[in-house]
Design a protein around this ligand. Structure first.
Ligand code: FES
Ligand code: FES
Length: 155
């Protein structure tokens, strides 16, 4: 059957069953490969996207539960020419090693900064506590989130 989803501001129709995880549809049907498959069990955060502004684990979110919700993936944040302040900050802070966890980190951080633009280090650590980085880049990642928070406070 076909299901309609609103992804990065565009309505998309996908041939999938309602219990299909959003992550599979994003990657396999819509060629949006920014969200990653890490654990598939809501444990690592690599697959994080925003649904109506809230960070969710797309690996355990059935598309049939989404209705007309606004889904935002990392591809909806910025472009190479015009990166989102979070994307810029992660580049400037060199906040990655293998990079596998980073898109999920950025999406969780986006939820935080949209909700609390003046986020503190403690806020950033709490917001990203469920996003795992097996390369151990957490300190740089937190530095990047705080850099973006400062940048966004100026604009
Ligand atoms: S792949 Fe979804 S939380 Fe790990
Ligand atoms: S940079 Fe490798 S898992 Fe985070």
């Amino acid at each position: 059957m076909a299901i309609s989803l609103k992804v990065n501001g565009t309505s998309r129709s996908v041939p999938a069953e309602p219990d299909t995880p959003l992550l599979y549809v994003l990657r396999n049907d819509l060629a949006l490969n920014g969200a990653k498959f890490g654990c598939g069990l809501a444990q690592c955060g690599a697959c994080t996207v925003l649904v109506d502004g809230k960070a969710v684990r797309s690996c355990v979110t059935p598309i049939g539960t989404l209705g007309g919700a606004e889904i935002t993936t990392i591809e909806g944040l910025g472009t190479a020419d015009k990166p989102h302040p979070l994307q810029k900050a992660f580049i400037n802070e060199q906040a990655a090693q293998c990079g596998y966890c980073i898109n999920g980190m950025i999406m969780s951080a986006k939820e935080l900064l949209d909700r609390k633009p003046g986020a503190t280090e403690a806020d950033a650590r709490a917001a990203l506590a469920g996003n795992l980085c097996r390369c151990g880049t957490h300190n740089r990642i937190i530095g990047a989130v705080l850099r973006a928070a400062k940048e966004m406070g100026r604009t």
